[in-house]
Design a protein around this ligand. Structure first.
Ligand SMILES: Cc1cc2nc3c(=O)[nH]c(=O)nc-3n(C[C@H](O)[C@H](O)[C@H](O)COP(=O)(O)OP(=O)(O)OC[C@H]3O[C@@H](n4cnc5c(N)ncnc54)[C@H](O)[C@@H]3O)c2cc1C
Length: 468
């Protein structure tokens, strides 16, 4: 069977927008997403969410309904519940089609494409605190998922900082919950960010800032308690979390809790781009690695593009524009349009993309994770799968491990079922600190397929193209 013009991994805002832009011009495009419904992180379950949830989650969430409907009607082949576990770049510098391997309904399958767009989104920054492995402690994003589908217990404590944390607190409050927010934003963060504000107000920056102010007002009106300048957080409990101890204003305090949400911003999900060997850089302002890409989203590996949060955190609206920009380039590569037509097609998206990103540097600086979070105490577990502590990683560095890959060999850190997704960013930072070098120089785990669990039986039966 012939190759697709484009295969898109991820049906979030970036992937859906890219698929619409390609399919609506008649191109052959397939979208693979491991979730049971399109929408990605932000618009998860938007088509089936009950009215109360739609109301609580606000206008931004509802915007996704239109995008999901347009995507489903676009003519793109959409495979739900399809987890991509390997992408093999096209041979001869991308002249040959790339292979995309995925599992759906327990069956391993392969498709080929002239271009592959990685629109796999972001993950929450890991927050290695003492006790973070206790049941009842989860990322704030997971609490948001619960909020979108189920009810959550009343004694909820949110620990961290950032716009999504404030948004989650407001969403909880509008459902009648009263979370307590332990804000870890360091004092001095506002002063550090202020020089970036004037530039940030360009484009749609002022609008985002106004939304932030409205969010803060909603939290105040709802009586949500926010405790600022929090440090030294310890999550306590026996079989599950029962409380949080923290320091604020020079005093140590304790809060009882049945559920704790952690959040220190989001970072690009790097497993796919890393497994392909795409070049990455450490972004000092965003405090994370991101893949290197040109203005159209093309990575350092021929035929592989990236869009949306997977390429650098920008939010849902910026992701949509990035998706369409990448789609223009994929159409050009497929020979469906020339460079001039591509410029015409994406002109508006380029402007809007920049406008949505204007405030980003200010936000990244304002909500940069506090330095103490990247330097957990020696007894804090960093690699959750293999139960490797920060102290053992530091000791490995002192014993000669130069970077995360040697730490893997010394300790098995990053060799568990999550394949280093969670501990990777922390291990890189710990190694850099121990060797007194930049995080770029410390590097990251080498990621190898399969990126998702797959049975040997499914692997053995794999190999047929299946475009149905
Ligand atoms: C936990 C969390 C909560 C968030 N909550 C909000 C919010 O409330 N409001 C807000 O404005 N922004 C929120 N954001 C940010 C927002 O979701 C993103 O800015 C936006 O969704 C980015 O869109 P995207 O298309 O790049 O990626 P996403 O929307 O994340 O979509 C990526 C898709 O790729 C799929 N995928 C990834 N890897 C694979 C694979 N190997 N195989 C198959 N499919 C794969 C995923 O299933 C997902 O559907 C949140 C982000 C996170 C991480």
């Amino acid at each position: 069977m012939s190759a697709f013009d484009g295969v898109i991994i991820g049906a979030g805002p970036a992937g859906m927008a890219a698929a619409c832009a390609m399919a609506e011009t008649g191109a052959a495009v397939m979208v693979l997403d491991e979730q049971p419904a399109p929408g990605g992180q932000i618009y998860r379950n938007v088509a089936t969410a009950p009215d109360a949830a739609l109301k609580a989650l606000g206008a931004d969430y509802k915007h996704g309904l239109g995008l999901v409907r347009r995507f489903l009607a676009s003519g793109a082949v959409y495979r739900r519940g399809a987890a991509v576990w390997q992408v093999v770049p096209g041979a001869s510098g991308g002249a040959e089609p790339a292979e995309i391997w995925f599992s759906q309904d327990g069956r391993a399958q392969r498709v080929t494409a002239r271009s592959v767009l990685i629109a796999g989104g972001a993950m929450e920054r890991p927050v290695p605190l003492k006790g973070w492995t206790l049941p009842g402690v989860m990322g704030a994003g997971a609490i948001q998922v619960l909020l979108k589908s189920h009810l959550i217990p009343e004694r909820l404590v949110l620990v961290g900082t950032g716009p999504l944390m404030l948004l989650l607190a407001a969403q909880c409050a509008s459902l009648g919950l009263k979370p307590i927010l332990l804000d870890t934003r360091p004092t001095g963060a506002l002063a550090a960010a202020l020089p970036l504000l004037a530039r940030g107000l360009r484009g749609h920056g002022a609008r985002y800032l106004a939304k932030g102010a409205w969010l803060m007002a909603r939290l105040r009106l709802a009586g949500v308690q926010i405790i600022s300048g929090v440090t030294d957080v310890v999550l306590e409990g026996d079989v599950k979390v029962s409380g949080v101890t923290y320091r604020a204003g020079g005093v140590t305090r304790h809060l009882a809790s049945d559920l704790v949400g952690l959040h220190e911003g989001v970072i690009p999900a790097q497993q796919l781009t890393r497994s392909l060997g795409c070049a990455h850089v450490w972004d000092e302002i965003s405090t994370c690695f991101r893949p290197v890409a040109d203005p159209f989203g093309a990575t350092s590996v021929p035929g592989i593009l990236v869009a949306g949060d997977a390429g650098g955190i920008g939010g849902a609206r910026a992701a949509e524009h990035a998706g369409r920009i990448a789609a223009g380039e994929m159409l050009r590569r497929a020979g469906r349009i020339d460079a001039t037509a591509r410029e015409r097609m994406i002109e508006w998206d380029i402007r809007e993309h920049a406008a949505h990103l204007a405030l980003r540097p200010f936000l990244d600086r304002l909500y940069a994770p506090a330095a103490w979070l990247a330097a957990p105490a020696d007894d804090v577990v960093v690699c959750r799968c293999e139960e490797i502590t920060a102290g053992r990683i530091r000791a490995a560095a002192r014993d000669g491990a130069q970077g995360p890959n040697q730490a893997k060999a010394f300790l098995r850190a990053g060799m568990g079922p999550c394949q280093g997704r969670i501990c990777g960013p922390v291990v890189s930072q710990l190694m850099a600190a121990e060797h007194n070098t930049g995080v770029d120089a410390a590097g990251y785990y080498r990621i190898r397929p399969p990126l998702k669990p797959i049975t040997v039986g499914a692997l053995a039966a794999a190999g047929r193209d299946d475009h149905a």
